[in-house]
Design a protein around this ligand. Structure first.
Ligand code: SF4
Length: 260
């Protein structure tokens, strides 16, 4: 089974389905995966199979490597559409995330002022004021909310903290006052224990949609599995299912895209 462990702290550029030509910034170590979730669909694999022995990349290292890559791309006439914080786990878990965001915005302004700064996050550090403030500065503050059903979250996203509380996360997402994009994975099939993980039914969609309306994000991105997953019995949601969900979000006057 093939999973992807990204180099750190810079990878790519890669062409992203949702974001265009994207230069990746991985604030996790490059020798494994470390996340506050352990999603059964994670392209990096399960946490337990990829333990890391290394420290987080430092603020100085990230700035140095990012500047070198942006300079190289600039000289080659390559223009990233987006600088994307993603990689081997949760980017906001890096203790220097806020300062790194400041450095990245400065470098973006210097080398590729048209590029957006995007962060792909699972929302588990929003309670930290400095993280919240940093996310208010980025162009695309993309936060994962796969469902509002606690049992489904335990089965699929598998937060490491026993104190994870989706109601609290929704409140924190609301506190962005619209400066947030919600990203939701829809899929079918079952987990390795044989339990259904289908979140495409009305039972899951209706309360999720209500939460999305409360959060009032600038946009919603719905997507499905695209690569091999560590749980091997997961199935893609269909194009029709994703389109139907997308259209319901749009009907609530919230822009929404579906990626298949
Ligand atoms: S939140 Fe993202 S990085 Fe973390 S386990 Fe889930 S898919 Fe993987």
């Amino acid at each position: 089974m093939s999973t992807i462990i990204y180099p750190s702290p810079i990878f790519g550029p890669v062409h992203s389905r949702r974001l265009g030509l994207s230069l990746g910034i991985n604030l996790l170590p490059g020798d494994g995966k470390a996340c506050t979730f352990d999603c059964i669909y994670c392209e990096c694999g399960f946490n337990a199979d990829h333990r890391t022995q290394s420290p987080f990349p430092t603020r100085e290292l990230v700035a140095k490597k990012l500047e070198a890559q942006l300079k190289k791309m600039h000289e080659a006439g390559e223009h990233p559409n987006v600088l994307t914080f993603a990689g081997n786990g949760e980017p906001t878990s890096n203790p220097h995330f806020p300062e790194i965001i400041d450095d990245t915005i400065c470098l973006r302004n210097q080398y590729c002022p048209d590029a957006k700064v995007s962060v792909l996050s699972n929302a588990t550090f929003l309670k930290q004021k400095a993280v919240h403030e940093a996310l208010m500065k980025v162009d695309n503050n993309i936060q994962k909310l796969d469902t509002v059903d606690s049992e489904y979250i335990k089965k699929v996203d598998r937060p490491l903290s026993p104190n994870y509380n989706v109601e609290r996360i929704i409140d924190q997402l609301k506190s962005f006052n619209g400066h947030v994009i919600i990203q939701t994975m829809f899929m079918k099939g079952c987990n390795n224990a044989g339990e259904s993980v289908d979140n495409t039914s009305e039972y899951y969609i209706a309360p999720w949609l209500e939460a999305v309306k409360e959060i009032a994000p600038s946009e919603v991105m719905v997507y499905t599995i695209d690569r091999e997953t560590p749980d091997t019995h997961l199935q893609k949601a269909t194009r029709e299912e994703l389109d139907t969900i997308r259209d319901r979000v749009i009907a609530a006057r919230i822009p929404c895209t579906a990626s298949y």
